[in-house]
Design a protein around this ligand. Structure first.
Ligand code: PLP
Length: 253
């Protein structure tokens, strides 16, 4: 079959049986922005909206093979990476990114579920920082993930979040979107940090509602806009708006 020319986002992540997060959320988000998806599944999880009951990892070579086949089959214009589960899967994914440096990768550094179950094994954070983050065009930690990635206390204000972000940039990350969605206050503010630019703030009113999978949704929406050839900054702006509109619809429902 001929190579398709429509842009695709390659989604690399775990399945969530409840549909609240993971690849189901990613596909739904990217499709609603008019971009196609192809897949590399890193883990199968058994979940409800309240708990994670089981996690089964894919073999690292199977993840890399899925990625290579997806890249061969389609015109992949961006890669969205979510749950990676193990250090070995991180190394496998990094290997494929190194073979495809022209395709921008957006990494949502998924460490744990909201219910508290680890979605990345202990000890794999160092591997993620060293082997994978420098290859990604953007990494999208929330404040809890940022603190765990730099080994600090939770940032108490924007300045300390920026300071922690700078620590991560110093270890080789190209760009960070620090998500303030779970902080408090009347505004929900995300900050785009890059070493060669001034920080850029993205701000929406904070809505009195929450849904699962907003992290998956944001990184997927950014990847979809990047696949449509928007700049990083415009893609982040559109992605943030997408999550805000979805939350607003949820609040009104
Ligand atoms: N399950 C999978 C496969 C995920 O990728 C994620 C987050 O990215 C989660 C669960 C956690 O979602 P939540 O924090 O909404 O529970």
């Amino acid at each position: 079959m001929a190579l398709r020319r429509d842009p695709y986002v390659l989604v690399v992540g775990g399945s969530d049986s409840s549909g609240g997060a993971g690849i189901a959320r990613d596909i739904e988000t990217i499709a609603s922005i008019g971009v196609r998806t192809c897949l590399a599944v890193t883990a199968l999880t058994v979940q409800t909206h309240e708990a994670v009951m089981e996690i089964h990892h894919s073999q690292p070579s199977l993840v890399a093979d899925q990625m290579r086949a997806a890249l061969q089959a389609n015109e992949v214009a961006a890669i969205k990476i979510g749950m990676l589960a193990t250090a070995e899967i991180i190394v496998a994914v990094a290997g494929v990114l190194r073979e495809n440096p022209q395709v921008p990768a957006i990494l949502d550094p998924v460490l744990a579920s909201t219910s508290g179950r680890a979605l990345l094994e202990a000890g794999a954070i160092a591997v993620m920082k060293r082997n994978l983050m420098p290859l990604c065009r953007l990494v999208t930690p929330n404040l809890v993930e940022l603190a765990l990635l730099v080994g600090s206390e939770l940032a108490v204000d924007e300045d300390s979040a920026k300071w922690q972000g700078q620590e991560l940039l110093n270890t080789g990350a190209q760009a960070l979107l620090i998500k303030g969605g779970h902080a408090s206050g009347p505004r929900s503010t995300d900050i785009l940090l890059r070493s060669d630019h001034e920080p850029v703030r993205f701000d929406t009113p904070r809505l009195a509602t929450s849904i699962r999978g907003t992290g998956c949704m944001l990184a997927s929406a950014i990847a979809a806009h990047m696949a449509k050839a928007s700049s990083l900054e415009d893609s982040v702006r559109e992605g943030k708006l997408f999550v805000f509109e979805t939350l607003k619809e949820n609040a009104a429902a």
